[in-house]
Design a binder for this molecule. Structure first.
Ligand SMILES: [Zn+2]
Length: 115
């Protein structure tokens, strides 16, 4: 089940990468502490395991957000413009994710307090 989710998500990342004409070498999924995803210039994309449980719309936001960083390293005008072009009203997803992410962090802090 978990494996399936992972493969599905990776397929989604590959589809977007093709659409955005970005070459990625490795898609990694593992627990991350401080963020939901990161990318490196060598073509490695890493996603937090929790991302697998998000709804597809929010997954798209994270995927496109990171993929665009291969072209644009910041969140400037051009990045925003491309986000809008591909995702439409992406700020909504961004806000929703911020809330979810805060909840994750709080849950994680609670677990480490109990340990
Ligand atoms: Zn970013």
């Amino acid at each position: 089940m978990k494996q399936n989710k992972k493969e599905q998500f990776k397929g989604r990342v590959r589809d977007w990468a093709e659409k955005l004409e970005i070459e990625i070498h490795i898609i990694a999924i593992r627990p991350m502490k401080r963020k939901w995803a990161s990318c490196s210039t060598s073509g490695i994309l890493t996603f937090d395991t929790n991302v697998l449980d998000l709804n597809p719309e929010l997954q798209d936001y994270i995927v496109v957000h990171e993929l665009l960083h291969f072209k644009i390293p910041n969140h400037g005008k051009l990045w925003k413009c491309l986000m809008r072009a591909h995702l439409g009203d992406y700020e909504k997803q961004e806000d929703e994710l911020k809330e979810i992410f805060t909840a994750w962090k709080m849950a994680a802090a609670q677990v480490s307090n109990e340990a």
